[in-house]
Design a protein around this ligand. Structure first.
Ligand SMILES: [Zn+2]
Length: 294
């Protein structure tokens, strides 16, 4: 069974990152700063535990200043397309545009034609209303063209990013309007794991990724337990959120989920479930195939 990491950020540099350009950002992890400038080679080394990865940038006005993840704004999709084309048997790329741009659909179509197979949106980072007419027009285009959308959901340390745009019940509204659209709710909507679970359990094409949640053991446990109790475990997908974490760290973190329960009678997360998430058929669920696979 393949291991698919559905949530990674495209490396910022093709070749070595000059020492003077390496940027550390402390707000993303509780345990160590994250190096947010990285190369293709560093990506491959640290992501070795995944058979296939999905990579994307996010189309924000000022990536370096606002999110701490630098990338050239004019190369948002080009950089991802080049990166995945270099290893098409192991990488799939998602495009990103701000749906409120006048040329949003045109731009998305250009990158779809260029081989990008899904969309990454973060309404909080891109500061657009995810329930606006403009956004709905864009989702409709995605639904018609079989482009899954991975939405950032839940917390972010970025001050200017409105949290309410990331609330999982907003995604329920989107899924009600676009029943055929494949949606991935990132981070299980942390810390709103329960809201994420009750949303995805009722929509056949709504999924959630577990990226970064293990960094906060109680949120991780509570979110996974909600998925067990509400019968939605088959819709959880593995993700790391590289460069914030690696696939290996994500896998190890999930396997440790019950450690905090020692000495308690709290229900354990079944180990089979953890392995099921790690080996989930993410591509099948999202309607994706690897163009480079034979
Ligand atoms: Zn991310």
């Amino acid at each position: 069974m393949m291991i698919v990491d559905v949530h990674t950020h495209t490396p910022t540099h093709r070749d070595m990152v000059p020492e003077s350009e390496r940027t550390e950002f402390a707000a993303w992890r509780t345990d160590r700063p994250v190096v947010t400038t990285n190369s293709w080679a560093e990506y491959d080394t640290t992501m070795a535990d995944a058979d296939v990865t999905i990579a994307f940038n996010i189309d924000v006005e000022d990536p370096a200043g606002s999110t701490g993840i630098p990338s050239s704004p004019d190369r948002i999709n080009e950089a991802t397309a080049e990166f995945v084309a270099a290893d098409p048997t192991r990488r799939l790329g998602f495009l990103s545009v701000n749906p409120t741009r006048p040329d949003a659909i045109e731009e998305a179509e250009r990158w779809r034609q260029a081989g990008l197979v899904g969309v990454k949106l973060g309404a909080n980072y891109q500061v657009f209303d995810p329930l606006s007419d403009k956004a709905f027009e864009f989702y409709s285009y995605c639904e018609r063209n079989g482009l899954p959308i991975l939405f950032h959901q839940g917390a972010s340390p970025i001050r200017h990013a409105p949290l309410r745009y990331t609330y999982p019940l907003v995604t329920d509204e989107v899924a009600l309007a676009f029943p055929e659209l494949r949606i991935v709710m990132a981070h299980m909507g942390h810390p709103w794991g329960r809201e994420t679970v009750v949303t995805m359990r009722k929509h056949p094409h709504v999924y959630a990724d577990v990226s970064s949640i293990y960094l906060r053991p109680w949120v991780c446990y509570e979110s996974l337990l909600s998925a067990v109790e509400w019968g939605a475990t088959s819709k959880l997908l593995l993700g790391s959120d590289f460069p914030i974490a690696t696939t290996g760290e994500a896998i190890a973190g999930l396997r440790r989920v019950n450690e905090i329960l020692q000495g308690t009678a709290l229900p354990r997360i079944p180990t089979e479930l953890i392995e099921q998430i790690i080996h989930a058929d993410a591509l099948g669920m999202l309607g994706l195939t690897l163009p480079g696979a034979s």
